[in-house]
Design a protein around this ligand. Sequence first.
Ligand code: ADP
Ligand code: ADP
Length: 237
Amino acid sequence: MIEFQNVSKVYPNGTQGLKDINVTINKGEFVVIVGLSGAGKSTFLRSINRLHEISTGNIVIGDQSITEARGSELRKIRRDIGMIFQNFNLVKRSTVLRNVLSGRVGYHSTLRTLLGMFPRKDMELAFDALKRVNILEKAYTRSDQLSGGQQQRVSIARALAQEAKIILADEPVASLDPLTTKQVMDDLKKINQELGITTVVNLHFIDIARQYATRIIGLQAGEIVFDGPVEEATDER
Ligand code: ADP
Ligand code: ADP
């Protein structure tokens, strides 16, 4: 589903973000990437949907190279990838529903989107997504009126409305308290299990990783230092 082939990333200032990474993430997996701050977790995740360019190597999504994709081909691959960020990345002054519908934007002409004319199918997908993360009653609330946990659930709903087949979550719970962390991680796990969405999550904390992951990948200084099932991941790493 996601394959890194000899992937390296060197930032313009010379910092090596990733060093010759070779790894395959299979369909339906719930992979947690762990590592200290600066280990390369974010660089790894952002490389997958080409939020930034890698320096050498190739990344294959499904049966297509995203590294080589151009124009409409690239947009089509990206449509399958939902992204979730630590700071939620919602349009604060827009309603929850609007934010979730923005997951549909890539599917329509710009004009249609500007006018806010969403087809019935989009509305159904948006409401289904809000239901799945238990936040339907907030559909018409401005997103900046919600708690952090609720905002993160909205961003998960946005990825669901997008009909993403892959979800990439970059430190999705880093700014949340323990109870809210559990709710958000439970939601990610639930949609992984119910919908088979391949999920890759960056986390600081190995104890949370252990509770949710089917597989843990440990990064250190841009290299994979651990890759295996949860049972084999210990604190020594
Ligand atoms: P993590 O997500 O594990 O904290 P990052 O992927 O953000 O790690 O960073 C990996 C390395 O790349 C670190 O040394 C970091 O300082 C560096 N880095 C990240 N982004 C940039 C950037 N835009 N320019 C230069 N160096 C960067
Ligand atoms: P959850 O844990 O379900 O994410 P909280 O228990 O933190 O939510 O919030 C409970 C209620 O308080 C929610 O209905 C939310 O709308 C409201 N709320 C929480 N934080 C804020 C905030 N910063 N501004 C406005 N309303 C908030």
